[in-house]
Ligand binder design. Structure first.
Ligand code: G3H
Ligand code: 13P
Ligand code: ZN
Length: 332
């Protein structure tokens, strides 16, 4: 058993309470590689922001769970080396799919876990979430749960009302499970294709897609039922057009990729939404930088040559999110 406290990590409890009160959101950036981890920490230190580094099941498979955990420990030391005396870094399991996965993360030094029972019937979701909460809280680890289903890239009908979190269920869910935060569905979804072209309107001048607005009425209703309770938004990448254009210009193929407009995330961050998940935007920034580098320097083959601009592009993106969208800067 490794306690996250020994690794210098923190759980989300105080961080979320401050964020809800202060009207900003904590960035939750996914990481799979050393370059992502370095860029996240550089951005958090430079902007004096608390940060959640999150690891998906796929990341654990790709990079190895032990390596990722030591990378998070290294991240704390790296932040200190960069001049941050008291870094506020959470190591979080993203979309935990079972009690066993959550337990394994808690036992190996995670300070926060998500148990994603959103695809289960309501009562089963409560049962599973409660089991994880009981174990996690014994170790002072915080738990994110999910209610409502985020539409997937493949779904026939996306952002349909029936997918949204039902506000009338949230009090019972939060009370019975004892979860520390709740991910809700208000129209965001994972990946770089959040809406189909037929769900959007087109800007007449540029021809770019304009997505439909998020269901802020659902968010408001949830906030009314659970005043001050920390709410989480998954699938919150904005899919920056500049990165999509660079990728397409240098041989990529991402037609009609579309994300959540930043002004909508800014609005959400000012509400009880205190954790905003971003993964795809970092993938796009990295891929755009690498594609551009390869096109401009076909003679290069040392990974450091193309991973350096890739890391810089991700850092720039993270700083932008922190300062211009989430407002979590200057909080340490
Ligand atoms: O929620 C999904 C995250 O973007 C993680 O994605 O499962 O491909 O690592 P992944
Ligand atoms: P994006 O695909 O929009 O970046 O969402 C990431 C996410 O929700 C991770 O849990
Ligand atoms: Zn997610």
């Amino acid at each position: 058993m490794v306690s996250y406290k020994k690794l210098g990590l923190v759980n989300t409890k105080k961080m979320f309470a401050k964020a809800v009160k202060g009207g900003y959101a904590i960035p939750a950036f996914n990481f799979n590689t050393m370059e992502q981890m370095q860029a996240i920490i550089q951005a958090a230190v430079e902007t004096k922001s608390p940060v959640i580094m999150q690891v998906s099941k796929g990341a654990r498979k790709y990079a190895n769970p032990t390596i990722l955990r030591y990378m998070a420990e290294g991240a704390v030391q790296y932040a200190k080396e960069l001049g941050c005396k008291k870094p506020q870094i959470v190591l979080h399991l993203d979309h935990g799919d079972s009690f066993e996965t959550c337990k394994s993360c808690i036992d190996s030094g995670f300070s926060s876990v998500m148990i994603d029972g959103s695809s289960l019937p309501f009562k089963e979701n409560i049962k599973l979430t409660k089991k994880v909460v009981n174990y996690a809280h014994k170790h002072d680890v915080t738990v994110e749960a999910e209610l409502g289903v985020l539409a997937g890239v493949e779904d026939e009908v996306q952002a349909e009302e029936s997918h949204y979190t039902k506000p009338e269920e949230v009090i019972e869910f939060a009370t019975k499970t004892g979860c520390d935060s709740l991910a809700i569905s208000i129209g965001t979804s994972h990946g770089a294709y959040k809406f189909k072209p037929e769900q959007c309107t087109r800007d007449k001048k540029t021809g770019k897609l304009i997505p439909p607005p998020l269901a802020f009425d659902v968010l408001k209703a949830v906030e009314k039922k659970l005043p001050g309770f920390p709410i989480v938004l998954h699938g919150s990448s904005s899919v920056p057009q500049e990165h999509v254009d660079t990728i397409n210009k240098f041989g990529g193929k991402l037609p009609d990729a579309v994300g959540i407009p930043e002004e909508q995330l800014r609005k959400a961050a000012k509400s009880a939404v205190c954790k905003i998940n971003i993964d795809s935007d970092s993938r796009l920034a990295m891929t755009a930088a690498i594609r551009k580098h390869f096109a401009e320097h076909p003679e290069h083959f040392d990974p450091r040559q193309y991973l350096t601009p890739a890391r810089e592009a991700m850092k720039e993106l993270y700083v932008h999110k922190i300062v211009k969208v989430l407002g979590s800067n200057a909080k340490l």
